[in-house]
Design a protein around this ligand. Structure first.
Ligand SMILES: [Zn+2]
Length: 45
């Protein structure tokens, strides 16, 4: 598609709903680029 923010490519967080990359927005919120939801699974290695 190419509409995704470049930031999304480096996302280390995946949406639990659709497994799409989640990007950090202003205000320290994380939003899925696909569905716009914010329930996320933070991968803590
Ligand atoms: Zn999603």
């Amino acid at each position: 598609m190419g509409r995704y923010p470049r930031q999304a490519r480096n996302a280390r967080i995946k949406c639990v709903e659709c497994n799409a990359p989640v990007v950090e927005t202003t205000g320290e919120r994380y939003v899925c680029i696909n569905c716009g939801e914010s329930p996320i699974a933070v991968r803590s290695s």
